[in-house]
Design a protein around this ligand. Structure first.
Ligand code: C5P
Length: 398
């Protein structure tokens, strides 16, 4: 079983949903996990320590020191965990943990940990919608943590809305899927290009495009979660990651991206080119800001190097994935690129599909190989990243 022998450290903070953790612990224990529970002081008012310790078969700690004078070593607790689950995670604990506050055993343990962290927030609907909560959840995601979103329904306040902690079965399923997937890219190095490129015209202007970099960052996170070492080479993008398994190189132009890619390409197992690389760049970059003296201005453009095509030419062991954004004869053009660039598969986004493409948070793709076309429904880019990597893995194992 996937959870057999896994050390799960559950940190409970003071939300009513704490009572649901009893069921979650029982489920984890049944599946062979080793469960250690920590609580914030206010969580003690919500659920009985005796119940939690009986179900988890381990003592439950709240303070740095136990009554008998022994020190509850937060570093040992943190480093021995395979995974930390913050559930329920109150607005207060969430805010503290993303801002480095450390005034209780749960927070000190969290800060000492190196393992993956899952956060299942639980709070009233207005608190969940508050800009500070939203920002704190984004920060936690930037740290590489996994957010298990709150669900809609009746809340302890009597109000109804989003804020209920995800059900124990949902949390258990997510943790199990994580352990199941973790091993799948262990030992592999994955190179991902992401975002747009900016091609300078003069010191203040550039030619660019609307790519957000979200698809590439989602792919990087998913590959890292599956145990891969990820080299992410991104053009200008607002996306961030502090995931220790993702080495991020920020570049600006296609030529810089090209150089960085080929610093690493030889040693990678999988390369995924999700960047929207500018096809052309100005032939000359003006050294001073261009003045608007004339009624028209002509900028001569020259072709940029095709990074992916060059990867296709140099490829030896690498499994090579390209992206195509087409507006007409989509499948035919994508297939053409698959062959021309010597790819193993190509991910096709169509600008005709609502919600697809490189600007938003969702995408609708087709995956095309030499012999197959597989269509996927509209999904979040995180889910699309899972589909793409599942497909890559299935191809590699063939
Ligand atoms: O030929 P086209 O630009 O449509 O191909 C798109 C694919 O090629 C994407 O995977 C993109 O990342 C990659 N590409 C590249 N270098 C370029 C142009 C596109 O790596 N100069």
């Amino acid at each position: 079983m996937k959870l057999q022998g896994k050390k799960i450290l559950i940190c409970i903070s003071g939300g009513i949903a704490a009572y649901k953790i009893n069921f979650l612990i029982r489920d984890f224990i049944k599946k062979g996990a080793d469960v250690q529970v920590l609580m914030t002081p206010s969580a003690e008012k919500m659920v009985s320590k005796l119940t939690l310790s009986t179900l988890s078969k381990n003592p439950v700690y709240t303070e740095f020191y136990s009554e008998n004078g022994t020190w509850n070593n937060h570093v040992d607790l943190a480093l021995s965990a395979d995974v930390i689950l913050m559930a329920p995670c109150t607005a207060n604990t969430l805010a503290k943990l993303v801002h480095g506050m450390c005034d209780n055993l749960v927070l000190a343990t969290y800060m000492s940990a190196k393992c993956p962290v899952f956060i299942a927030p639980a709070m009233d609907l207005e608190m969940y919608q508050h800009p500070s909560t939203k920002q704190n959840l984004e920060l936690a995601e930037d740290f590489g943590h996994h957010i298990i979103p709150a669900e809609h329904g009746e809340l302890a306040s009597g109000l109804s809305g989003q804020g209920r902690m995800a059900e124990p079965e949902t949390i258990a399923q997510i943790i199990e899927e994580f352990f199941n997937a973790t091993q799948s890219l262990q030992g592999k190095t994955v190179l991902i290009t992401a975002g747009p490129t900016y091609e300078a015209i003069d010191p203040v202007r550039f030619i660019g495009n609307h790519s957000s970099g979200k698809m590439g960052f989602s792919l990087a996170k998913e590959a890292a979660d599956r145990g891969a070492k990820v080299i992410l080479i991104s053009g200008p993008s607002a996306e961030k990651t502090d995931n220790p398994n993702i080495l991020v190189h920020r570049v600006t132009s296609a030529k810089e991206m090209f150089t960085k890619v080929f610093d690493h390409f030889e040693n990678v197992d999988i390369a995924i080119a999700s960047a929207a690389v500018a096809d052309y760049a100005p032939k000359e970059v003006a050294s001073e800001k261009i003045k608007k003296n004339d009624d028209s201005l002509t900028i001569e453009l020259v072709k940029n190097p095709d990074i992916l095509k060059t990867m296709g030419e140099k490829k030896s062991k690498q499994f090579l994935v390209g992206f195509a954004l087409e507006t007409q004869n989509e499948e035919e053009n994508a297939k053409g690129k698959l062959q021309k660039k010597n790819l193993d598969m190509i991910v096709l986004n169509s600008l005709r599909d609502e919600g697809a493409g490189f600007k938003g948070t969702t995408n609708k793709i087709k995956i095309i190989t030499e012999t197959t076309v597989t269509e996927f429904p509209l999904k979040s880019k995180n889910e699309v990243a899972k589909d793409i990597l599942n497909f890559v893995q299935a191809q590699i194992l063939k």
